[in-house]
Design a protein around this ligand. Structure first.
Ligand SMILES: *Cc1c(COP(=O)(O)O)cnc(C)c1O
Length: 363
């Protein structure tokens, strides 16, 4: 059935081998694989869980962690919640995450209480914001960092596992030797002042991996958290392909439901489209237009590329996508299937849509 997300497990394994070699063998870091980009797809999660090179399995959603926590733990991996937890979800966090990333003392207090009730000690990683301005205690507020660390160290059921930074997500700030060195410096200060050892100093996501082969990952960063680098083979700092990886691990297939020759300019007064946008049209004369049965409810039209380079995506609405097939050598027919490579946003939406079927390539 279409639309269909085709997940190539062999290619994913190849990407995992490649990022593990860079991160662990060449970078000396532990490897945290982030599963949210593919909504913790169970086959992908199984592949990650079984791989001895992976140290941690992480996601931003408790629900995704819940789906594979048993399997991850049975294979010796710790589960990690990446998004700062809601007060509302502390019970699930304690149950399914061995480690959670945090920046709010009020939440950490609730985690402490819940861990106590569950008879556990919960590991937390304190997020430090080095300027990207998403989550974390701002690095210049040393008083706030000290205050948080001191209270956490008093908590009976919380262990301060480490500190971490996230970059290139909101402010699009690129990780460099200089800003990551500040994270290491903060870690060393905490360790000296309180005479403790932080197990994790996590230097970022897929935008940090490029630093390893440049020899610019600061000594002391001992973990990277990789989602897109693993799933799509991307270094997200400079948008290059990581050596040894491929970008077509997942593809979207959709079926043509209508194929007609029509003008390129709509007829009548132009209002707004289904999403309240005023469309822009270019007069290209009579066109051969194919409609495929997939739309903005299932995918991101700006984050998918037809594997037939002669196809152009014209636009779409919730359930329809219109393709210009005028210049295609292939003589498309109704019922034919069109394949797209996906970017991160497209992959995320396609994997989230309950209307898209899934198929696995096992090689
Ligand atoms: C999503 C996320 C990651 C993984 O990001 P990629 O760019 O896919 O590698 C890492 N850390 C945090 C905190 C995240 O939210």
């Amino acid at each position: 059935m279409y639309p269909k997300l085709v997940v190539d497990l062999k290619k994913l394994q190849g990407n995992l081998d490649a990022v593990a070699e860079i991160t662990k063998d060449r970078g000396g870091c532990s490897l945290m694989i982030v599963t949210k980009g593919l909504c913790a797809d169970p086959e992908m999660a199984g592949l990650v869980a079984r791989d001895p090179k992976v140290d941690y399995m992480a996601d931003s959603r408790v629900k995704n962690l819940a789906s594979y926590a048993d399997m991850a733990r049975a294979n010796g991996k710790k589960t990690v919640l990446l998004r700062i937890p809601m007060h509302d979800e502390v019970e699930g966090v304690i149950q399914y995450a061995d480690i959670s990333f945090n920046s709010e003392l009020s939440t950490i207090r609730l985690l402490n209480e819940e861990a106590g009730r569950a008879g556990k000690v919960h590991d937390i990683v304190l997020m430090i914001d080095l300027g990207d301005l998403r989550e974390g205690i701002f690095f210049r507020n040393e008083d706030l960092i000290r205050e948080a660390v001191e209270e956490i160290l008093q908590m009976e059921h919380i262990n301060l596992y480490g500190i971490a930074v996230n970059l290139t997500c909101y402010g699009a700030i690129i990780p460099k030797y200089d800003n990551l060195s500040q994270l290491v410096e903060i870690a060393r200060k905490i360790e000296e002042k309180y005479d403790i050892r932080l197990q994790m100093v996590s230097g970022g996501n897929s935008s940090s991996i490029y630093l390893i082969d440049k020899g610019e990952l600061p000594e002391g960063i001992n973990n990277l958290r990789l989602g897109e680098a693993f799933l799509l083979g991307n270094d997200t700092a400079y948008e290059t392909d990581l050596p040894g990886t491929v970008g077509d691990t997942v593809t979207l297939q959709a079926q043509i439901v209508e194929l007609k020759e029509k003008p390129s300019l709509p007829i009548g007064e132009v209002g707004v489209d289904a999403f309240g946008q005023k469309p822009y049209y270019e007069d290209r004369g009579i066109m051969k237009r194919a409609i495929i049965a997939v739309g903005k409810q299932d995918t991101d039209l700006d984050s998918m590329t037809p594997t037939d380079p002669q196809i152009e995506i014209m636009g779409g609405s919730s359930d329809h996508t219109i393709l210009d097939v005028t210049h295609c050598d292939r003589d498309y027919k109704v019922g034919d299937v069109v394949t797209f490579e996906l970017g991160y946003g497209g992959m995320l939406k396609v994997a989230t849509s309950p209307y898209v079927e899934r198929e696995y390539v096992r090689g």
